[in-house]
Design a protein. Structure first.
Length: 248
């Protein structure tokens, strides 16, 4: 089975880099990129599609699906919390499991506002190697983070200086109460050691009627890098099942 893919670059990502610095503070909410998805769907004239989102992309995918757009055959959400306040509780637990000297360095720089220092950037990898990607980073993942480092404005404004120190507007993101409005068949999955823990994903499963929730053994946040066989097999199997049901 073959699908065409339409990729949506959110502000400061991919082909939108260096184009959106003006008025950034006023647009630092999830509403603007969610609206951009609507524009993208209409621009490429997608009569029927499967919406797939990872991390922030999955958060936007759920927010988009809540509006019950026409033509969405299914929703696939990988490692995305519907509630950042709930997720931050889990992040706190994961941080408490770091070696005390590691967390002390991180917190010292966070308190001092020196998270751009080489020491902070190097030390945060202790968390990333446990909960973001547990295998040597493939080229595409290295390019992703290099692009983020080159254009950090939106990430730093909306999120914060790292995956585990969320101090921007996204700290208040919570669409849990509206998840019951999602009508599209939904697949949710995350990794066993994911920074977006199974407990942080559980509210999405509880809130989206009939959703399927899978936890991938041995994986963290980048399961497509750690176990591409499991990840792609899961997604392909889901797509085939939905398409088969639509043809029945």
């Amino acid at each position: 089975m073959r699908f065409d893919a339409a990729l949506n670059d959110v502000f400061s990502g991919g082909e939108t880099r260096n184009r959106v610095t003006a008025g950034l503070a006023e647009r630092a909410t999830y509403h603007a990129p969610t609206a951009a998805i609507v524009v993208s769907a209409s621009t490429v004239q997608l009569d029927r599609c499967h919406v797939i989102g990872h991390s922030w992309g999955g958060m936007l995918g759920m927010a988009y699906a809540i509006t019950q757009p026409e033509g969405v055959a299914s929703l696939i959400v990988e490692s995305s919390p519907p509630s950042v306040p709930v997720w931050l509780t889990e992040i706190g637990r994961l941080r408490s499991e770091l070696p005390p000297e590691v967390d002390a360095i991180l917190r010292r720089h966070e308190d001092a506002g020196t998270t751009e220092s080489e020491e902070y950037q190097a030390t945060m990898m202790a968390f990333y190697e446990r909960h973001v990607c547990r295998v040597p980073w493939p080229d595409w993942l290295q390019r992703t983070f290099q692009g983020l480092a080159a254009n950090p404005e939106v990430y730093n404004t909306m999120n914060g200086p790292s995956e585990f120190h969320v101090i921007g507007p996204l700290k208040d993101f919570d669409i849990t109460a509206d998840l019951g409005r999602i009508a599209a068949p939904t697949l949710l999955f995350c990794g066993e050691f994911d920074e977006v823990t199974p407990a942080a994903m559980r509210p999405a499963h509880d809130g989206i009627h009939g959703s399927e929730f899978v936890v991938l053994d041995g994986c963290s946040h980048m399961s497509q890098a750690e176990r591409p066989d499991l990840t792609l097999g899961l997604v392909r199997g889901w797509l085939a099942g939905v398409e088969s049901a639509l043809r029945a």
